[in-house]
Design a protein around this ligand. Structure first.
Ligand code: NAP
Ligand code: MG
Length: 502
């Protein structure tokens, strides 16, 4: 695999992946692999070449109904209801073992489907998925209620129970497909819910393979159902009256539509949406550490990450040096197919996404930003955009306000006159509130900023620490609720109070 990449993916994938790609893919409903009721299919593309690599089933409203019915049966009549919490934990652990056993294959599928470099997917995302499942496997046996001492405890014995929410619809985006699926299913399964999962149209493959592993792990029929298809399949899931909760990751626009539709049945909703996360670099920061971190904050996944650090605020004293070093770093990055082990940066997921990003770059050009490096589509095959550094960006430009979801750094300055309040105002002058990062050796300054910035996570002298035990989610229009940790589990439980008159 160390030989120079010759452009033919067949040479670079395992026999298992090769066999998977040519297979006829179906929907996973009630433990069976079935065709879409209207026999719909959709092409799956490799974004690095634009060529079709597989065909997936395209479900519809009727398939969602069948999947919800299966999930309801598995929830109400068993078998999930009758599975002990210990067995629930064991099944999650078994699934983690199977993902570990098939890690290379799963990584290859996401590389082919979404485009990220193999090492990032295998050692980052797939490894995280395994950790995540094992973490929530441990929670299955620890979902405690409380004994509640009410005002008149001699007359009442009162306690709470945490019960599973019920049938959950989970809708995931095309960035980091396997990990997104596992982030969603693990707390829901640990809590005792049953699931209908809707992967993104652009990246259905690893979810289908995950369904096969769920079956192999012995998770009972109907507990996890997977309906691949387009956005209308997601909408059908949100509208379905027998779904108790929707968990969604994706764009803020679609999140708002989901919240509106869900209001019709008042189903529970949790949302993990977009961001426009700021990074502040102070003159006393360790620039050696800043450069790869600030670049990585935007170039990870070619910028297609909700936490992308897309607003880079640099103190005037170090502005030119930071820009020069990030530019040098950017020029050293090799764009290419994710299966090529020399690749640093893959393509964007689709032609649509590529056009969206180049559209933002055109707006930046019109608005008068300076293009230091990058700024164009890369090559003519696949959906690549050059990693791009923009300077002289103003807070008011669309490139500084909107989620670009591409490899684009918008650098801005601040000065000695800007006190903490002024910087925090700038950080918070966005409808988003997902993440932020502060680079300084001044501990007081770092914590004052961290407390005042309205974002779900603040990293100090670092970026993108994710951990299954660390709550993650957004303030403001970046979302509702927190995933990971106990918070993530509680998204899938209802609290019930039981009072016994003594
Ligand atoms: P999106 O519409 O939010 O897609 C996310 C998921 O929702 C996909 O599974 C999608 O299905 C599904 N969906 C679409 N319309 C739906 C509806 N009306 N009801 C229920 N589900 C629906 O995102 P996108 O259009 O692919 O991407 C557009 C922009 O969103 C990106 O450029 C980026 O800025 C942002 N985004 C953010 C994140 C994040 O992690 N924060 C993730 C993805 C995108 P289909 O894919 O089959 O349409
Ligand atoms: Mg694809």
């Amino acid at each position: 695999m160390n030989a120079a990449f010759n452009g033919s993916i067949e040479t670079y994938i395992s026999p298992q992946t090769r066999a998977f790609l040519v297979r006829q893919h179906r929907l996973f409903i009630d433990g069976k692999w079935v065709e879409a009721t209207d026999s719909g299919t959709m092409a799956v593309l490799d974004p690095a070449t634009g060529r079709q690599i597989a065909t997936a089933a395209a479900g519809g409203r009727g398939d969602i109904d069948l999947a919800v019915k299966a999930a309801r049966r598995a929830f109400e009549q068993g078998p999930w209801r009758r599975t002990t919490t210990g067995d629930r934990g064991r099944l999650l652990w078994t699934l983690a073992d199977l993902i570990e056993k098939h890690a290379e294959e799963l990584a290859e599928l996401d590389v082919l489907d979404e485009g990220s470099p193999y090492a990032t997917v295998r050692n980052g995302y797939v490894a995280d998925a395994i950790k995540h499942l094992r973490y929530y496997a441990g929670w299955a046996t620890k979902i405690n209620g409380q004994s509640v001492p009410v005002d008149n405890p001699n007359e009442w014995h009162v306690y709470t129970r945490r019960e599973p929410v019920g049938v959950v619809g989970q809708i995931i985006p095309w960035n980091v497909p396997l990990l997104m699926a596992v982030w969603k299913i693990s707390p829901a399964l640990a809590a005792g819910c049953t699931i209908v999962l809707k992967p993104a149209e652009d990246t259905p493959l690893s979810a289908v393979r995950l369904g096969e592993l769920v079956q192999e792990a012995g998770i009972p029929d109907g507990v996890l159902n997977i309906v691949t298809g387009d956005g209308s399949v997601g909408a059908a899931l949100v509208e379905h009256p027998d779904v108790d909760k929707i968990a969604f990751t994706g764009s803020t626009a679609t999140g708002k539509r989901i919240a509106q539709t869900a209001a019709g049945t008042l189903k529970r909703v949790s949302l993990e949406l977009g961001g426009k996360s700021p990074i502040f670099v102070f003159p006393d920061a360790d620039l050696k550490a800043v450069i790869p971190a600030a670049a990585g904050a935007v170039y990870l996944n070619s910028g297609q990450a909700c936490t992308a650090g897309s607003r880079l605020y640099i103190h005037r004293k170090v502005h030119d040096e930071v820009v020069a070093r990030i530019t040098e770093y950017t020029k050293s990055l090799k764009l290419g197919h994710g299966l090529d082990r020399a690749t640093d940066l893959g393509p964007l997921v689709s032609e649509r996404q590529m056009n969206r990003v180049t559209g933002f770059l055109d707006e930046g050009r019109r608005d008068g930003a300076t293009f230091v490096v990058g700024g164009e589509r890369h090559g003519s095959e696949g959906f690549f955009v050059e990693p791009t550094v923009l300077t002289e960006v103003l807070d008011t430009m669309s490139i500084a306000r909107e989620e670009i979801f591409g490899p684009v750094i918008s650098a801005m300055r601040f000065d000695d006159d800007d006190d903490v309040e002024a910087l925090v105002r700038r950080a918070n002058a966005t409808e988003y509130g997902l993440a932020a990062s502060i680079w300084t050796s001044d501990v007081k300054l770092a914590h004052r900023m961290a407390h005042a910035i309205r974002a779900g996570v603040v990293w100090i002298n670092g970026y993108n620490l994710f951990d299954p035990n660390l709550p993650f989610g957004g303030f403001k229009q970046s979302g509702w609720g927190r995933e990971m940790g106990f918070d993530g589990l509680s998204l899938y439980t209802e609290s019930k109070s039981v009072a016994v008159a003594l």
